[in-house]
Design a binder for this molecule. Structure first.
Ligand code: PXP
Length: 242
């Protein structure tokens, strides 16, 4: 089984476009959990353009009596971000190498170029009892670097997979993901994945063994507008084997 972690950034973006709590991020979190979802992801950015610090605290509090639901916070490891992750004791922290002004995550970590920073941050997360994950491109050579900094998991950046899905290059690109995933498994590193996954491309992606968690936001929200959240979540959970 693969855990579906629903990224609720887009609900916050929609809410922030008007000054009211509508749609309610917490309401959507509650709805998807009631539909059987066992993971919630947020990506608070310094400008709070979607998820705010307040959202992070509220979601964390809401999840306190739901030990079966995992709270994943992703973001660039600034001091502020790490303090927030520690304050709410997230279950998992996914580190992404984003610049603050970046529209969305668009590359994985260059570990050699950031080795000392990553080592220190990952140690800090370990000391706080928070599982760590590193956003990474699907490259076995990048995976080989992970033990040098000590992350528990990696999150394979799936944009390349998604943009080549159902094209002539699908199989060769998929092969890179298979190779990166196999290397991670050999090294005992847990595997997550995310970015641009949707109802169409997820089944093929999950042919890769040992994917523990997928984090999905943009497409899931669009599909929910088209088909309704209950139908969409049911399809995702079926694909994830839940
Ligand atoms: N993983 C990371 C690191 C991300 O930044 C995002 C987007 O916030 C996702 C996964 C989810 O991507 P999408 O919204 O395309 O499903």
């Amino acid at each position: 089984m693969t855990v579906l972690s629903v990224n609720v950034n887009k609900i916050a973006l929609l809410r922030n476009s008007r000054g009211r709590d509508y749609p309610s991020v917490l309401g959507f979190v509650e709805q998807v959990i009631n539909l059987g979802v066992a993971g919630i992801t947020v990506h608070p950015r310094p400008d709070e353009r979607h998820i705010t610090r307040r959202d992070v605290y509220q979601i964390s509090e809401f999840l306190q009596d739901k030990p079966d639901v995992e709270f994943n916070i992703e973001g660039y490891p600034s001091d502020d971000f790490l303090a927030l992750v520690a304050a709410v004791k997230a279950d998992q922290c996914t580190l992404v190498p984003d610049k603050p002004e970046q529209l969305t995550s668009d590359h994985g970590w260059d570990i050699p170029a950031n080795r000392e920073q990553l080592k220190a941050v990952l140690q800090q997360l370990r000391d706080s009892g928070i599982r760590s994950s590193l956003f990474l491109d699907a490259d076995p050579r990048a995976v080989d670097e992970v033990p040098t900094v000590g992350a528990d998991r990696i999150e394979l950046y799936t944009e390349d997979y998604a943009s080549n899905f159902a094209t002539a290059d699908q199989e060769s690109v998929f092969g890179q993901y298979l190779a990166a995933a196999a290397r991670a498994t050999e090294l005992g590193i847990g595997l997550n994945a995310g970015h641009d996954l949707d109802l169409q491309n997820l089944p093929k992606f999950l042919e890769i063994p040992h994917i523990l968690e997928v984090s999905i936001g943009h497409a899931l929200v669009v599909e929910s507008l088209q088909q309704g959240a209950p139908a969409v979540i049911a399809q995702y959970l079926a694909i994830c084997g839940a």
